[in-house]
Design a protein around this ligand. Structure first.
Ligand code: PMP
Ligand code: GLU
Length: 404
């Protein structure tokens, strides 16, 4: 028998997170001496975690809250999550309907591991966050994409959803504001999707609301369980502190949903991680319970940057870019440049070639749209300083105009 390393069948169905891979490549290039590299690839706020949140973590350490926490989360955080859902979303979950995990990513993974069987289908509107199809495949299930178009504002259409549902459909994943398109589902669009879902009682709904607070329209934020309360008994409402409170590294996410599902997710978590860091959980409770000025200030700052970046991108001949209503991504098209060559003769056949050459020749890291199921586009994270954004747009313009 060979002693060569072999991956499991489950692992061979997945690939690394493209967003993380490109960010790591930018870091490696910088470490190798390319000090000019500008990274607009990772989706995370560029702010520091608010001071009172950091102090709560220090206080938790000083108080000795450093032992294994309850698997589903420390009571003070679960109560803070229940209060947050009631305050922001009009959703009233009992404590046994809430689970805390090491990031929204783990919440989603737990939900899938707890429910999916080989052959099941998961409906994912495209463009989508990179991890949804990968986690689906890790569980042996099949991602089924519901395409959306720039003309429809990248919003999933009820007819397309209806046509994609089969007896094998287990979940529909909704993500609003969307990563990477920034599209936001308003009350009417959610209600229209709800109409379809009512006709298919076997389909459960996972709403990923992680960008809830980063929304630049005048309408208040809406999530499906709130707009369609009759669907709440098959909806998992996922959220977390990463984006709203600049806490990506703390690794705390949470969800509210039907008690039997939450219990099943807790069982998965008891064997996988035992739960999120106790210290980070006390910090997250302080974020949810404390003053919320940080949230409105960062929203205002992202909005200003969004407006400038969209203007700068649209000023580049050949680039088209819709105005995203939420999150901190611009999602322009690069189709105009495909088939052209760089100054050193490399032909750009795909969006992946486009972003690779942009990184290597102009030192700007962005993520190719095909990683999100939307070839011909690329994602720019504008959660960076205005100086970095200005310089990156200048280099992008120069790069595009150099293509022949
Ligand atoms: N959902 C979406 C749409 C995201 O962009 C991210 C960011 N990585 C996550 C979930 C995961 O967030 P967390 O840091 O809470 O794991
Ligand atoms: N969600 C972020 C992004 O899309 C973080 C990276 C990841 O977890 O994929 O860039």
């Amino acid at each position: 028998m060979s002693n060569a390393f072999a991956r499991s069948a489950a692992l061979s169905r997945i690939s690394p997170s493209a967003t993380i891979a490109i960010t790591q490549k930018a870091r490696d290039l910088r470490a190798a001496g390319r000090k000019d590299i500008l990274s607009l690839s990772i989706g995370e706020p560029d702010f520091d975690t608010p001071g009172h949140v950091c102090e709560a973590a220090c206080a938790a350490i000083a108080a000795g809250s450093t032992r294994y926490p309850p698997v589903s989360g420390v009571p003070v955080l679960k109560e803070a999550v229940a209060a947050k859902f009631a305050r922001d979303n009009g959703l009233h979950y009992a404590v046994n309907q809430i689970v805390v995990s090491a990031g929204a990513k783990q919440v989603i993974a737990n939900a899938m591991i707890a429910t999916l069987n080989a052959g099941d289908e998961v409906l994912i509107p495209a463009p989508y966050w990179v991890s949804y199809p990968q986690l689906t495949q890790l569980c042996g299930a099949t991602p089924v994409f519901v395409s959306t178009s720039a003309a429809d504002g990248f919003l999933p259409q009820p007819e397309a959803l209806d046509a994609a549902i089969t007896p094998k459909t287990r979940w529909l994943i909704l993500n609003s504001p969307n990563n990477p398109s920034g599209a936001v589902l308003d009350r009417a669009s959610i209600a229209a999707l709800g109409e379809v879902l009512r006709r298919h009682p076997h389909v459960w709904i996972l709403t990923d609301d992680i960008y809830e607070h980063l929304i630049y329209t005048d309408d208040p934020y809406r999530t499906l369980a709130q707009v369609c309360p009759d669907l709440a008994d098959r909806t998992l409402t996922v959220n977390g502190v990463s984006k709203a409170y600049a806490m990506t590294g703390w690794r705390v996410g949470f969800a509210g949903g039907p008690a039997p599902l939450i219990k099943a997710m807790e069982l998965v978590q008891s064997q996988l991680t035992g739960g999120a860091s106790s210290i980070a959980q006390f910090a997250a409770a302080a974020a949810l319970n404390g003053p919320q000025d940080f949230v409105s200030e960062s929203r205002a700052s992202f909005r200003t940057r969004r407006d400038k970046v969209i203007d700068a991108l649209r000023a580049i001949p050949g680039i088209e870019c819709a105005t995203p209503d939420g999150a901190f991504y611009a999602f322009p098209s690069c189709t105009e440049f495909l088939g052209r060559s760089t100054a050193n003769g490399t032909v750009l056949h795909t969006d992946e070639h486009f972003v690779r050459e942009l990184l290597e020749t102009a030192g700007v890291a962005v993520v190719h749209g095909s990683a999100f199921g939307s070839p011909g586009q690329f994602r720019v994270s504008y959660a960076a300083s205005q100086d970095v954004l200005d310089e990156a747009c200048r280099r992008l313009q120069q790069f595009c105009s150099s293509l022949r």
